[in-house]
Design a protein around this ligand. Sequence first.
Ligand code: C5P
Length: 326
Amino acid sequence: MSHLRAVPNGPTGPSTAPPRSGSASSVRVEAPGKVNLFLSAGAPGPDGYHPLTTVFQAVRLIETVTARRQSAQNHGTVTLTLEEPDAAVPIDASNLAVRAADLLAEVTGVNEGVDLLLRKRVPVAGGMAGGSADAAATLVACNALWGTNLPLPELSALASRLGADVPFPLTGATAVGHGRGDLVTPIMTRGSYHWVFALAEQGLSTPAVFRRFDVLPGAGEPAVRDIPEALTAALRAGDVRALADSLHNDLQAAAIDLRPELARVISVAEEAGALRAIVSGSGPTIAALVEDAGGAQRVSRALKASGLVAGVLRADAPVAGARVVG
Ligand code: C5P
């Protein structure tokens, strides 16, 4: 299954250099999904985006993008194939990975095209930025395959044009996000954290969750909050219990208002021993922070037995950002 589309013929961006090409015939890149440890949103600005203060943590649910040099037959197009076809993931030009390849081609003047192969492990439309990780991985893969070699700050600027959550998976680990969530600054943390993720049958649309946030009492009042010192101190100390106490997501009430059963999923996880369970990003994935592998097992078992969830995943965090692995 693949979709073919044309990319511009020749340079259209600021670069006037002749098209370059790296030496590899394919480049494989991994990029992580994320959970928001803290998210405070203000009232939307004129562009419709909400100012955010957030803390991202990259989790070991890994998207893999393989960018392949094209056969003469396809030359100059961007194609996308899913390793496991999924009706919920478009493979046309609306896919963020295709848009990432198109954008990099446009600004660098590359016209050789690319075949992208995508392996997905982050829940689709789950509030864990899987599509954003695909876009970030594609930028890194094509940047190497095409030999364009843009430095990270330039890739990050392109990433934020693709979506508010795309810069973070380039950086990975743990980072503060300001602006729309796209201005990312890494922060110091110690230790490793264990998460259990409860998946929903149906994804939630991020714009729909923000719209519900806007009409719930107290939205954007007071304006976007600072990250609590207790949270950054917990991360610096590697103190999982203190981190659990500091977890917060302003979008949680909106996601639960749209999907009331998420409140029950949170209760099941916490009654089974999770230190805290919260909505991940705009949901509907529930992220349960647990003390150790034993806790992860107990919470996973309880969630599966509840009949309330479509699946359960376990992952440790933090992990590195987008990187070439082959
Ligand atoms: O940037 P991205 O395309 O990922 O955002 C998807 C949608 O989520 C936006 O169109 C907007 O409705 C909402 N959003 C927002 N404020 C943010 C990030 C996203 O309102 N900071």
